[in-house]
Design a protein. Sequence first.
Length: 455
Amino acid sequence: MFFRKITTKKNGKEYVYVKLIENYRQDGKVKQRVIANFGSVENLSSERINYLIASLKKLHKEIQPQTSDLKITPHTTTTINYVRNTLRQSPVSQALQGIFGSKDYPYIEALLIKSIVAPDTNQPIQEVCKNLGFNEGTSLNYYNVLKRLGDDANRLPLLKAGLEYCRGNEIIHNPIFIYILQSTFEGSSFDYDLTGNMFLTQNYQKPMTLFLASSPEGVPLDYQFTEDSEEVAKELPLFISRLKSIFDGKIIVLDDNGYLPTSLPGCLIARPVSETTANQDTALRFYVSNFKQVSQGKIKEIKAKLAKVSAGLENLKADILLGKLTKESQVRKKADNVIKSNQCDELVIYSYEEATHSFHYEIDQAALKEKQESVFITPWEIQGHNDDNLLEELTDIQMKTGQFKMLTDQLKIPPINIYVDYHYSPEIISGHIQLEILKSQVQGAMNNPSIGGGI
């Protein structure tokens, strides 16, 4: 279907009308017919066209379910239980219980688990958490706990929990690294038309400079952000002072944009260098493994293969429903063939219950994220500092900051446009950063159960 301007003449006057035209085939020939008339082009303003576009988007959303809407599978339930058990045995849980108390802790726990098992769903937070089987809460319940999570007063308890996590891996005496990142928080807002219908959903973005404190193994511990990059040299010493209040080890700032002078009280400044210019006589050189996202072309290739797998497994599911396949050995053979032929062995998980003929599959988001990353090793130097004892501690340094480059709204309860800055307050943005830090700590404990101060 498409729009076309039709010009006609009547009584010597020319009129231009807009019509919606559809192509169809009849008797082997392609013909056209008018589906709808939109009147004279003189009556169509850009505002009316925007209303039409918004209305079509709304209709499309109602007719075609969102691909990112949450689907609960047996694997999802198992993952939720594993995440919950891991969290509740961790210093993170103890710190959160101290901050929120028994009344609000279930909401922050649900929000944290949701951010791990369903980070990209488009449903409002209260609907997602209800579908995941958590205690029912309102959008305001979740908004308020996330805002409290971002409160400055709650930073130290959570930093202590992060350091305790690291102590379980015996890296507490190693340096803390501060990375200076350009980050963006992304949300959305909307407006209403004259009849009160929602329309024109708009993206909301807040760029910022983020200080991220991490262990040598890439475990994020604490953060600070500023909206003005000119304030980096002013804000960073305050951040270092907070770290120093409970950490007596060395702090190394990785400054790859030249924000800072060569020396700063309370920390060491490191900058990236090339192999040819590195001078180890006057500087301490070490190497950092930087985990970065692969190219967009590679990501599209992975997504295309996953789409083929989904299509193949949907056909398999249809055969099961029609009774063409019933035995588990047959189902597994065909499912494995679909997955392996598209090189998605580690990316897709499936289950089949022969008694009920129930087949489920899903993409392993953690494995997908790992597949979309590549590692770059770069040399760094601390000028005017050559300490062999410190050099021994600067081995296998890992920079894992990719998930902080773009932070997306986990609440999905967008405000009206005029309230967008109030809705996405500094505390809410701060809460999203803290949520990502806690998420990384819990996922690290899940991937390596032997670490984490009791995890």
